[in-house]
Write a protein that binds this ligand. Sequence first.
Ligand SMILES: Cc1ncc(COP(=O)(O)O)c(C=O)c1O
Length: 379
Amino acid sequence: MLQSLLADDVGFASGRPVASMSTEPHSLGVEVFSRSMEKNAGRFHTFAGSAKVEREVIDMIGDLLHLAEPFGTTTSGGTESNILAMLSHREAARKKTGMREIIASKTVHASVDKAAWILGMKLVKTEVDDQFKAVPDAIEHAIGPNTVGIFATAGTTYLGQVDPIEEIADIASKHRLPLHIDAAFGGFVIPFLNDLGIGHHAFDFQVDGVTSVSTDPHKMGLGPIPCGCILFRSERHLKTVTRQVPYLRGASAFQPTLLGTRPAGSILGTWAVMKHLGRSGYRSIVRQCMKRTMNIKDRVEPSSTLSLAIQPVMNILGIKTKVVSLELATQKMEDRGWRIDLSPLPPTMRIVVMPHMTDGTVNALLNDLEEAAGTVPSD
Ligand SMILES: Cc1ncc(COP(=O)(O)O)c(C=O)c1O
């Protein structure tokens, strides 16, 4: 029965999900996770070995993000990390009365809206430039007496764009505000783009004024779902999101997560994948994804029916249609079995070139895209 219900799932092995930010997890992570089903990261007093592994994952991610002494936690993903980041901003400004405000550009991920909603805060959204990057002046202009923090993104969901983090960090420091960087996707991409000389983006703790960064091993880190991570520059920030759980003991008694019971297996799986791949393994995965991204760009650019919203910054492309509507082209792609998304800003079809996309998939995708975007509907 279960198998027949699951027949409707479109798995990564089919190559058809082409807008997802997750992928087939690395087989090593899957094996480790499958052997660790009983382990509960909400009970690190009992699973003290797993707690040590979590610490090592945090340290490895700290190393990746230029923070020698990271304070942080693994999470269920980018959404939980953003909620924790916003909570830390709110709690650090407890003395402020009135509706506390967070400033972020319009391209911030939807989980930041969700965080503001849950935490009873106001999200003030600022303009983006013609490359869909946050505009630092607009952020500074939006700062008011109720502002308690700023969010910026390194690897936007819609286009993989990187906000001007250094300029935003200067503004945050000048106004003594905490700055969270959402690198849910970009955290496992940008360091390797920098290594490969494909781009240079200072986005992490290298930049003074950045107070927290989140990134998700379960996206380009190839770890099993669920595994996200948020790191804080100082222990003070982590403490603001940590609560005592009075009925638990030792390492379980103070939890910096939203969740109580949560799988340790995906953290252990992530540890194994990170150790196994190392920096060079991730670098070659990013190189491969970027090669395929550029193959798509090279076919879309001269097309008479398709165009690119911006030059790809990382392995995400925003594609526009010139003849038929985006909705129609997207529906045709869906009818052909592709799982593709539409982004609102700018209106585009979103393609995320994850490791499960082979050269064959890219070719088939482009052939279908050209056909789907090419016929004017006869009405
Ligand atoms: C920039 C960014 N932040 C946060 C998230 C949310 O991540 P998750 O779905 O793991 O909660 C995403 C997901 O696409 C994202 O792109």
